[in-house]
Design a protein around this ligand. Structure first.
Ligand SMILES: NC(=O)c1ccc[n+]([C@@H]2O[C@H](COP(=O)([O-])OP(=O)(O)OC[C@H]3O[C@@H](n4cnc5c(N)ncnc54)[C@H](O)[C@@H]3O)[C@@H](O)[C@H]2O)c1
Length: 280
């Protein structure tokens, strides 16, 4: 796989939650291409096995672990399996996350059109809880489980995945935006908490990337861009979606002790200028 630059992760073990997803698989392959042994954790085994197979075909070492990031007991079992096969985790990338349709309104503003089928008043509590659990708890619990092997071992780090919704909420996606703001906040909290012993804890805030979880929002069934895509691209000064590989420079910088050993608690936006643009 093509990398923006090389760093040496030989001797390190990395674990990527959501490693079977579009961004997580790109992260997993990049870490392996730098020499890390990589555990790909996903809810089901199939997607993780696929990515592990790609890494092995590229000459790397990888294993897949089926585990729900919200199941602490399953996380502990997965930790033991990864420890046995690849050693204690040095690098944790918390890339499992996403929105839930039941936590998304159909309307951007109340009263701007005919009453929407799902407006703020009809959002289901379960959907809101799902978005908060997956993004916030789904970052906190794996960190609780895997960071235990990182304290007092120099060079360990955690990279979380925040979002543009953490800076200013995105219309419609109320709970996802709130949960990602909480991920940014958790990143800062953990960075402070572990600062004396490690791991370092930082985050990446991707702009807009076309992946499985948002494709239906961004393109219609004929593959034509939706009105939402038009708004996103108009708000992104570079006028296009990001490519997953364009997140790798930030990832490799944050996991490299040599490059970012004194960098702790930051969030790097990789967004084509989205956060810099007022919209006017
Ligand atoms: N795509 C974007 O534009 C964008 C922007 C900002 C942030 N993000 C974030 O990037 C991360 C990766 O998302 P993606 O866009 O690659 O989406 P994706 O849907 O391709 O990947 C998410 C992966 O997480 C896995 N997953 C979901 N719930 C899980 C659970 N409970 N336990 C274990 N695994 C679980 C899914 O199976 C999937 O493989 C997410 O946190 C997402 O919120 C994405």
């Amino acid at each position: 796989m093509e990398l923006p630059f090389q760093i040496d992760l030989r001797g390190k073990t990395a674990l990527v939650t959501g490693g079977g997803g579009v961004l997580g698989s790109c992260f997993s392959r990049a870490l392996a291409a730098c020499g890390a042994k990589v555990a790909i954790m996903n809810r089901g085994l199939e997607k993780g096995e696929h990515v592990a197979g790609l890494i092995r075909a590229e000459g790397g070492e990888a294993m897949a672990a089926a585990c729900d990031v919200l199941d602490k007991d399953a996380l502990l079992i997965a930790r033991d399996a990864v420890r046995t096969k690849l050693g204690p985790v040095d690098i944790l990338v918390n890339a499992a996350g996403g929105n839930h349709p039941a936590a998304t309104t159909d309307d951007e503003q109340f009263g701007s059109a005919a009453r929407a089928a799902r407006d703020f008043f009809s959002l289901a509590q379960d959907g809101i809880r799902h978005a908060f659990d997956l993004n916030y708890l789904g970052t906190l619990l794996p960190t609780q489980v895997f960071a235990q092997d990182m304290t007092g071992r120099p060079g360990c780090c955690v990279v979380n995945i925040s979002s543009m919704g953490a800076y200013l909420p995105l219309t419609k996606v109320v709970a996802y935006s709130g949960a990602k703001a909480a991920v940014t906040n958790l990143t800062q909290w953990l960075a402070t908490y572990f600062a004396r012993t490690g791991p370092r804890v930082n985050a990446i805030a991707p702009g807009f990337f076309v992946t499985d979880q948002n494709r239906a929002l961004l393109f219609d069934q004929e593959g034509r861009p939706t009105a939402r895509t038009g708004k996103i691209l108009a708000a992104t000064p570079m006028g296009r979606f990001g490519r997953p590989e364009e997140l790798l420079g930030a990832l490799l910088y944050l996991v490299s002790q040599e490059a970012s050993g004194f960098v702790n608690g930051i969030v790097i936006p990789v967004d084509g200028g989205y956060t810099a643009y007022s919209g006017v």
